[in-house]
Design a protein around this ligand. Structure first.
Ligand SMILES: [Mg+2]
Length: 349
């Protein structure tokens, strides 16, 4: 039995692209690497370590002491024990975000030990390749938007997701990408329900594939349902839900067409398999959320490939795809699609 001998946080402070990697080591000398949720960017004037400090504290003081000494192959059991114990600190948010770092590392470790990719551990790939979209940051500028679309197209993307709240910028982006590219619009819950309906109706002639998190509060399922019923663009959402129960309730509304769980918020790949099954039973497509190039993205890719209902993968497209602080690289995109990464475990490169 490979025994866990250490859990180590590897923080990468950055004003905008901070990351928190988590290494789990076993007594046979293997190391698996996961990634916890990165927190909300501090911006240029904030402490670049502050966004992930709560997750570091949860891992170091609460979770790691309960993980060391365990059987590294008992991933589900470890997840259940940690979640059952730590729910008193919250069954979502900081705790599941921290737990994700350890859980993803354990899956990476299992793949490395067995010499197989994580997707194989999850049941094997259901797809030869998957469509991926370039997820642009909020740019708020027509020239920057045009440049990001141009560089994304050159990289191989054929689909682009905007984080813009100005209808003229959405119109501009549709012109930039041309009529054949897919265009998604994510407003991160910027609008109240009336504004969200107005914005959706204003996009009616722009061939927008999905309208993501249109309304604030972003987890108000009643308002999401209202917006779904009163404007023409199909909705996507779910990146701010944490528990199986929350996903089940969101899916029961019938208001969303694409479910976007964030593997680092829900607690890693162990619950991700179950969320995918919930989406499958609800007839809702899976489109894993991600906005970091690191173990979390690679975990999402393996999970996406192993889930039959996956329709899209999100790849961050910031400053022309430049590497994130941990140094991992963006998977190649060929004619709008990505392949399963090679190698064992997560195959992080
Ligand atoms: Mg989003």
């Amino acid at each position: 039995m490979p025994t866990i001998t250490g859990v180590r946080c590897r923080p990468f402070p950055h004003p905008l692209k901070q990351q928190l990697l988590v290494d789990v080591e076993t007594d046979d000398g293997l190391i698996g690497t996961g990634e916890a949720w990165w927190g909300i960017a501090s911006g240029p004037n904030g402490d670049p370590s502050a966004p992930f400090a709560p997750m570091v504290a949860a891992i170091d003081s609460l979770l790691a002491p309960r993980v060391v000494g365990r059987d590294a192959t008992a991933i589900e059991r470890t997840w259940q024990d940690l979640a059952d114990w730590a729910y008193r600190y919250g069954d979502g948010g900081i705790i599941t975000s921290a737990l994700a770092g350890i859980d993803i590392a354990l899956w990476d470790l299992a793949g490395k030990r067995l010499g197989v990719p994580v997707a194989e551990l999850l049941g094997g790939a259901c797809h030869d390749s998957l469509p991926a979209y370039a997820s642009l940051p909020p740019l708020r500028d027509a020239d920057l938007l045009a440049r990001a679309c141009e560089t994304g197209r050159a990289y191989g993307f054929r689909a682009f997701k905007l984080h813009e709240i100005d209808i003229e910028l959405v119109r501009h982006a549709r012109r930039c990408v041309g009529p054949n590219a897919s265009l998604m619009v994510d407003v991160n819950g910027h609008f109240d329900a009336v504004e969200a309906v107005q914005f959706g109706r204003a996009m009616a002639d722009l061939d927008v594939l999905w309208y993501e998190e249109p309304v604030r509060p972003m987890r108000h399922h009643g308002l999401i349902s209202r917006v779904a019923g009163q404007q023409p663009i199909p909705l996507a959402g779910g990146e701010n839900e944490y528990t199986l129960d929350e996903f089940q309730r969101l899916l029961a509304t019938g208001a969303i067409r694409w479910l976007q769980p964030e593997v680092t918020k829900i607690g890693g790949l162990t619950p991700a398999r179950k969320v995918a099954a919930l989406a499958e039973t609800a007839g809702v497509a899976l489109a894993p959320h991600n906005f970091r190039i690191g173990p979390s993205l690679y975990a999402s890719v393996h999970w996406g490939f192993a889930s039959p209902g996956t329709q899209w993968l999100e790849l961050p497209w910031i400053a022309g795809g430049e590497p994130f602080p941990c140094g991992a690289t963006l998977p190649p995109v060929v004619d709008g699609r990505v392949a399963l990464p090679g190698g064992v475990g997560l195959g992080l490169r």
